[in-house]
Design a protein around this ligand. Sequence first.
Ligand SMILES: C[S@@+](CC[C@H](N)C(=O)[O-])C[C@H]1O[C@@H](n2cnc3c(N)ncnc32)[C@H](O)[C@@H]1O
Length: 241
Amino acid sequence: MLGCNSCRLQGGVCSSDCPCNRSHNGGHYYNDDGLLGALQGSNRGRVGFSLRECGPACRCSLDCRNRRSQQGLQVKIELFKDDRKGWTAAAAEDIAQGKFVCQYAGELITIAESERRLAIYDRHEAPCTGHALLIVREWLPSCQACLRINIDATKVGNVARFFNHSCGGGNLELVVVRCSGSPLPHVAMFARRQIATGEELTFLYGGPSDGTEAVAKDDSVRRACYCGAKECLGFLPADSL
Ligand SMILES: C[S@@+](CC[C@H](N)C(=O)[O-])C[C@H]1O[C@@H](n2cnc3c(N)ncnc32)[C@H](O)[C@@H]1O
């Protein structure tokens, strides 16, 4: 008989000890309150680890606690318009550190297609009508190579496409999630720290993942950043969200 392929549960809710829920990288997993543990915001918005969740290969139900990032938008969010940044999203309720907020939904595209689209977006983007092409680099333990995931939410996406950039790392963490039995990973967004009602929801957009920040050297594609963080570099990251 098949159950969850790790803890063998037949339907229902896996225990928080379910091995599906144990990351190979740093021991990140959901605690009994459904919050992602060990999120200290140390990697300033970069994808620092991936997470395994139960998935189609398991027999547990969708409300399994090891499927938090598959359960849709989990917090109340409101949208407003900022004169300089365009559409902006804010928490409409307090959000606990480690809480799943939402996935970054959009078209999953190849690297070549993402480069093609970025070249077009860089040429045509007007201020405050920015594209929403997210490039996530997930580094292998050797740090010599990375897996690159390209999600374009410019035309098709969810509320995450309204989350703006903060040079200070923002209050959201990106996590690559792999579900048992699912061939493709997805990108989930979690609260890096306690977020108060009314706070803008932000994360660190792309840039090289070697720990240094970069902005485009070509003035024609440099875009001013208005994040207001004390670490602000004055420009949005160069190559991607
Ligand atoms: C994914 S969209 C975010 C939603 C966007 N504000 C909108 O109105 O659709 C990314 C675009 O928002 C704008 N943006 C995001 N963060 C910003 C910031 N810190 N300063 C200035 N513009 C920002 C840029 O135009 C960027 O290309």
